[in-house]
Design a protein around this ligand. Structure first.
Ligand code: SF4
Ligand code: SF4
Length: 219
């Protein structure tokens, strides 16, 4: 039987929590993009206790969830945490409320990028270059992707020794390969990365996930 949500947040008007202005639509936007029911979280902390990246995060995973519940968007969107999440799903496996934080972190990264708030700029650059490479060839060509990343990050010489050793061991191919069915890969990327319009705030309810997310098992 479905348990009741931990609490419901009044989305009618912005309020100030600990000196931070809340964004009434923020939770609905995250729910719409992730397909997850944020209010299911009751702050047990199991996700944070098992997170392998928590040692490096500036906000703990359960704190991210709580801020999303409350509509406290700025510290979350400007945090390093959303870029350091490895998407390992350990938190989802441990969560007694079946909340997938990795899907929520994905949604938060999309919002941070669309609002120009991505703090870990090199991680954001790497994400974009990786997805562009997959969209072009259907797979990643490591040498091409790393060359583009190094140019974008203006960091040409770090890791040179490692790159050379990998090349000499035959781990890096000079020429890219394309897979069959690149169009299908492009369609998947397009369907899962386009940001849907903001949901109209529905008082006290959860926004439905977009069709593309539902189709990919997004909750
Ligand atoms: S494990 Fe689940 S219910 Fe517990 S704090 Fe994390 S997201 Fe919330
Ligand atoms: S998916 Fe992200 S938040 Fe969850 S345990 Fe892995 S690194 Fe931590």
């Amino acid at each position: 039987m479905e348990q009741p949500a931990a609490s419901e947040h009044n989305t009618e008007s912005p309020t100030i929590i600990l000196g931070v202005r809340t964004d009434a639509d923020f939770r609905l936007r995250v729910e719409s993009l992730s397909g997850e029911k944020v209010m299911q979280c009751y702050q047990c902390g199991e996700c944070t206790a098992g997170c392998p990246m928590a040692f490096a995060m500036d906000l703990m995973p359960n704190q991210v969830l709580r801020m999303v519940q409350l509509g406290v968007s700025k510290p979350v969107l400007e945090s390093s945490t959303i870029w350091l999440c490895a998407g390992c799903e350990t938190c989802a496996a441990r969560c007694p409320r079946l909340v997938s934080l990795s899907k929520i972190m994905d949604a938060l990264r999309q919002i941070a990028l669309s609002e120009g708030k991505a703090r870990e700029r090199n991680v954001a650059r790497f994400h974009k270059i990786f997805i562009d490479a997959v969209a072009r060839d259907g797979r990643v060509h490591e040498v091409g992707m790393l060359a583009r990343y190094k140019m974008a990050a203006r960091d040409l010489f770090s890791d040179m020794g490692l790159g050379l050793r990998m090349f000499l061991k035959g781990k890096l191919k000079l020429m890219p390969d394309k897979i069959k069915g690149v169009d299908e890969v492009r369609r998947l990327i397009r369907d899962t990365t386009e940001t849907p319009p903001h949901p109209s705030p529905k008082r006290g309810g959860s926004a439905a996930p977009p069709p593309s997310r539902r189709g990919l098992g997004g909750g």
